[in-house]
Design a protein around this ligand. Sequence first.
Ligand SMILES: [Mg+2]
Length: 239
Amino acid sequence: MPLPRAILFDLDDTLIRAYAQPEDAWRRLLHIFAAHLDAHDAASIEQVRLAIMEEARAFWSEAAAAAKWRLDIPGARRLSVRRGLARLGRPDDALADRIADAFTEMRRQEYRLYPDAHTTVDALRAAGVKLALVTNGAGATQREKIERFDLGHRFDHIQIEGEFGQGKPELAVYRHALERLGVAASDAWMVGDNYEWEVVAPQKLGLCGIWYDPFDAGLPAHATAKPTRVIRRLGELVE
Ligand SMILES: [Mg+2]
């Protein structure tokens, strides 16, 4: 597939590993709080994990709430853990907040740049492709990641939900990024791990939706739109 004039990249779980595979992260974190939770074996910890993750899933599946809380992920986590403990019949907001904050810190420490992120982005830029970073989330949180992983100077345009005022999958988000790059939708790709945000929405505008699926999860069962291409590694973009 010949390279386009411009590529819009997602940040979280595309260039950096940030929030993927939360099951394992929760298990490890809840082990640390086992005594406080009165959960003395793997099965009791699993029960708490399931309650928290079930509440988080319900929480994030509501579009309006999700758009609001994307700008305050630590706050969203506190709410999910509070609800999870309440669901188990032992509400304790103070403990819930400590657990949620520890999870936020653990995740932050474990952010990792995907090994081929810099080389792929730099090769695309060297080939003359204009690049934008288009990410949802709060300005300060996302800027910290961009700085920590030395991404800022690699892009012609950086657009963060909390600063721009709108997030994916609002079509205005992709339109604005294209406008800033001076490239038509038909000459651009959107690359990222979120099927709705990086395939369905951009394809409505005429961009190619390149779906990044590093864990080989496969398309969602309800998928109607077909990604232009599926990649398992970022490096595939320049091979
Ligand atoms: Mg993502």
